[in-house]
Ligand binder design. Structure first.
Ligand code: FAD
Ligand code: NAD
Length: 159
């Protein structure tokens, strides 16, 4: 099977869009990721999957912690910025949760210590133990078929 067939098929699985952030000393690093999953309730664990070529790999290995911010439908520009696709102008101002940078106005931000790391093929899974969370109202930014979608909120009608 070629890579295009695999990516096209995986693109049929609709996801949200996150920005992973970490900090090494005072150096902040962020990257866009849709490979996020909630893993366990007791203990509270999540996981992210990062390409072994990404700069984020060494940053998380060094810091031993990371945050995941779930983007809202008003944050396509933030997703594109942290994917290196289109630059936002000026210095990006982060919020902070437990001294880790997070994306302002995200639907939720989750701060984790690295619990386990597994190199799996050409990616690394960082399982994170959740230390703190902040949640806001809003609609999600989605990713389907290699394209962003917005305003996917479904209204349920009582018959
Ligand atoms: P870079 O490419 O150097 O950084 C990413 C961008 O963030 C750069 O433009 C950089 O200038 C900016 N940036 C970083 N830190 C800061 C800062 N402190 N202040 C301001 N700007 C900053 N890749 C995966 O491995 N896993 C995934 O799950 C995944 N999902 C994706 C989902 C989507 C929808 C998209 C569009 C891309 C996804 N990618 C994923 C690809 C990934 O986002 C890019 O390959 C990214 O460029 C990798 O980042 P990097 O760590 O190598 O660092
Ligand atoms: P795309 O069509 O490349 O992505 C569709 C789906 O394929 C993604 O949602 C993901 O599930 C899967 N996928 C894509 N690249 C992958 C990779 N290297 N490893 C594992 N799964 C992968 O979407 P696009 O708009 O062309 O993506 C923009 C860029 O972001 C591309 O360079 C793409 O490789 C990268 N990306 C990487 C991942 C990832 O590493 N997990 C996920 C999404 C996008």
């Amino acid at each position: 099977m070629d890579n295009k067939t695999f990516r096209n098929a995986m693109g049929k699985f609709t996801t949200g869009v996150t920005v992973i952030t970490t900090k090494v000393n005072e150096d902040i690093h962020g990257m866009t990721a849709n490979a996020f999953m909630s893993v366990s309730l007791n203990p509270k664990l999540v996981t992210i999957s990062i390409d072994n070529q990404a700069k984020m790999i060494d940053k998380i290995k060094t810091s031993g912690k990371y945050a995941v911010s779930f983007l809202s439908d008003e944050q396509v520009d933030v997703s594109m910025h942290f994917a290196g696709q289109k630059k936002l102008e000026g210095r990006f101002e982060f919020d902070y949760l437990l001294d880790l940078p997070v994306i302002p106005n995200a639907l939720a931000s989750v701060v984790c210590n690295v619990y386990e790391a597994h190199v799996v093929g050409d990616h690394t899974l960082f399982v994170g133990e959740v230390l703190d969370i902040v949640v806001r109202d809003g609609n999600p930014l989605t990713f389907f078929g290699g394209k962003y979608g917005q305003n996917l909120q479904i209204e349920f009608v009582n018959n």
